[in-house]
Design a binder for this molecule. Sequence first.
Ligand SMILES: C[S@@+](CC[C@H](N)C(=O)[O-])C[C@H]1O[C@@H](n2cnc3c(N)ncnc32)[C@H](O)[C@@H]1O
Length: 290
Amino acid sequence: MKINTEWKDYRIIATGDGEKLERWKDVVLLRPDPQVIWRAARPLRDICRPAARYVRSQSGGGHWEYNSPLPDSWVVSWRDLRFNVRPMNFKHTGLFPEQAANWATAIDLIKSAARPISVLNLFAYTGGATVACLSAGASVCHVDAAKNMVETAKENVALSGLSDRPVRYIVDDCRKFVVREIRRGNRYDAIVLDPPSFGRGANGEEWKLERDVYDFLTMCRSVLSDEPLFVLLNSYTTGLQPAVLSNLLKLTMPDNGSVTSYEVCLPTDEGTVLPCGASGLWTGKGVRYE
Ligand SMILES: C[S@@+](CC[C@H](N)C(=O)[O-])C[C@H]1O[C@@H](n2cnc3c(N)ncnc32)[C@H](O)[C@@H]1O
């Protein structure tokens, strides 16, 4: 299990009855969480009144209900990195705080490589991993199908004072992009990928994790450089165990590397940990990782 305990601007105050009460800097939000199958000790809204709550609808979607006015967006910091957050569709805020565990791993691996590292960040969303890898000195190619997510990633890179670092932003379907990179002969020392359970490419291309991820990883192997550093695969898909991610990486990445996998969790003020998905990490030959 990996938990990053460095957050000062993010906390889970309490959980229960299918929801989590979180503090994002000065703003308290209440959001559904499918892992929270226990009862709340007392109603979460009595512990601390959330500024906004995401309410699921019967049809499967949902909407935000506001108790007090919120800024359009506000900034949270992790280490010296800064990210814009805002209530968005699908109960999102524009950041997955549990991913700090993986940002820390990527930063350590890039720094200890002590050579120029190029990273391909696929399904890159608002650029949490992009910002982390740039801060460690890597160059990053950031790929996501959603133009507005790529715009937010640019904001986060600028907020973190990293706009002068080598970063390329691509709005495209990840599979189409990787096929083109194979054809062009472009190679990367590290790949980070956080594919959703279901998604759409920039032109509506359908992505289904269980159906597509194995073949996609096989393609990704072809864009690894001659001295690859790591491949970091994350999944929030409910039910996908860490061992599944290990297996996928063992079966698709070069044999001479090492594979590990772990649950990714967040600590709560209640003394529990909230599971937030799983990650698999393949490291290249001779790469030391603790
Ligand atoms: C939920 S996010 C991943 C989380 C993110 N990497 C993080 O840790 O902060 C999934 C992203 O995949 C993108 N996406 C979904 N299907 C895609 C596809 N076929 N090609 C490119 N991006 C896609 C979505 O636009 C979304 O930004």
